[in-house]
Design a protein around this ligand. Structure first.
Ligand code: PLP
Length: 396
């Protein structure tokens, strides 16, 4: 008898995704090119993000947003020591681009119902030095965006949306990632869509787009709107190799673009099936008295149509997470923590002297009691569902 296995991620690549990748491989043009352009355009149009640039990861997208904000070509740039509000429940590369850009993170606890900012606590952390908010849309969910936008407006703050875990979620019919001045998306293999590694950086302002384009590729002037103007001003230089800005190389490839685009075209279908699977699991879990008593499955925020890629679960006060995780993993169910838990507990925080003594009760609760399991993009079979329920029951 084969052992039961319920993975966090099934192989996300379908035959048609691979076919698209192979076409690019055969073309001999593997680096950034027409496929990337097409993906960017289709992405902007559907997500209403105005400008989108494909990069090699969601982390790179976050880095480019903050590097753009401090860039000397930006008319209103942020300067060293300016403060950025960030939730304590975040990913490593939600945080580090802020620090790497010379800005100061100010941590805020989360709301246990949404796993996103506690907006009352957020407002208390705003000072004269606060210039931006980095919202992390956790696992397909978001805070009340109306309230967040009100706070943004009241204090005249910039908004960067880390949408790496929430591609396709809508708040009152509007896609996450289309609210802030900047937003980032990730196409890592376990996320809503996948291109192996990959991400998108989006921005509202056309001047920011030009800065990000240059930062993405070595800082050169190639492909910029004023490329010719820059060349005219620098007649002593080879016009193909003018380094106009500082830079990185965070470009993706046309192979990733073709696979990502093939998946992106079916995002609505993925969301639909994942929702159906989620509802099926929820129904079975809550029919089981033991599971119902001890575990709570995260719901979407009011006014939200979430795009889930996992099933975030929080245990009650008596739930012993470490014993449960050992037992359930033995039974073949893969689990993982909800993002990285309370990020303030990570050793890198101490090393970089970012210790914040505020109590992050809810982020801490999620670290101690929270975990998530996968949600496949193919319909879950009753046989698998029954085994999943049984594994949970036996592990509690
Ligand atoms: C909230 C959040 N931001 C950023 C990232 C980074 O994305 P990537 O893995 O594509 O670099 C992740 C990764 O999972 C994430 O969960």
């Amino acid at each position: 008898m084969s052992k039961f296995f319920y993975p966090l991620v099934e192989n996300p690549y379908r035959k048609k995704d691979i076919k698209e990748g192979i076409k690019v491989l055969k073309s001999g043009k593997l680096t950034i090119g027409s496929k990337t352009e097409t993906f960017q355009k289709i992405f902007s149009k559907k997500m209403k993000t105005k400008n989108s640039l494909l990069v090699n990861s969601g982390s790179s997208a976050n880095l480019l947003a903050f590097q753009c904000l401090i860039n000397p070509y930006r008319k209103k740039r942020l300067t060293r020591g300016d403060e950025v509000i960030i939730p304590a429940l975040c990913w490593s590369t939600s945080l580090w681009p802020i620090v790497q850009s010379g800005l100061k993170p100010k941590f805020v606890d989360i709301d246990i119902e949404t796993l996103n900012f506690n907006l009352k606590e957020l407002e208390k952390k705003i000072t004269k030095k606060t210039k931006a908010i980095l919202v992390v849309h956790v696992l397909g969910n978001c805070p009340n965006m109306d309230q967040l936008m009100k706070i943004k407006k009241k204090y005249n703050l910039l908004l960067i949306e880390d949408t790496c875990e929430s591609l396709g979620t809508k708040f009152k019919g509007k896609y996450l990632g289309s609210f802030g001045e900047f937003s980032s998306f990730s196409f890592y293999s376990s996320h809503q869509i996948s291109s192996g590694e990959g991400g998108m950086i989006c921005c509202k302002n056309n001047d920011d787009l030009e800065i990000i384009k240059s930062l993405r590729a070595h800082g050169w002037s190639r492909g910029l709107k004023n490329e010719k103007k820059i060349a005219k001003k620098n007649k002593n230089l080879d016009k193909r190799f003018i380094f106009y800005n500082s830079g990185f190389n965070l470009r993706s490839t046309d192979i990733s673009a073709s696979i990502g685009l093939s998946q992106f075209k079916d995002i609505d279908q993925f969301i639909k099936i994942r929702n159906e699977n989620r509802n099926k699991i929820l129904k079975s879990f809550y029919k089981n008295k033991k599971i119902k008593k001890k575990l709570k499955i995260l719901q979407g925020n009011n006014f939200t149509k979430p795009s889930w890629f996992g099933l975030p679960i929080i245990g009650n006060k008596n739930f012993n997470k470490s014993i449960f995780i050992k037992k359930i993993e033995k039974r073949g169910v893969e689990t993982r923590p909800i993002i990285s838990g309370n990020f303030l507990k990570q050793p890198s925080i101490k090393k970089y002297k970012l210790i914040d003594k505020s109590k992050m009760y809810n982020a801490e609760y999620v670290s101690k009691k929270g975990f998530f399991i996968g949600l496949p993009t193919t319909k879950i079979k009753n046989k698998i569902l029954n085994k999943l329920v049984k594994s949970f029951e036996e592990s509690l």
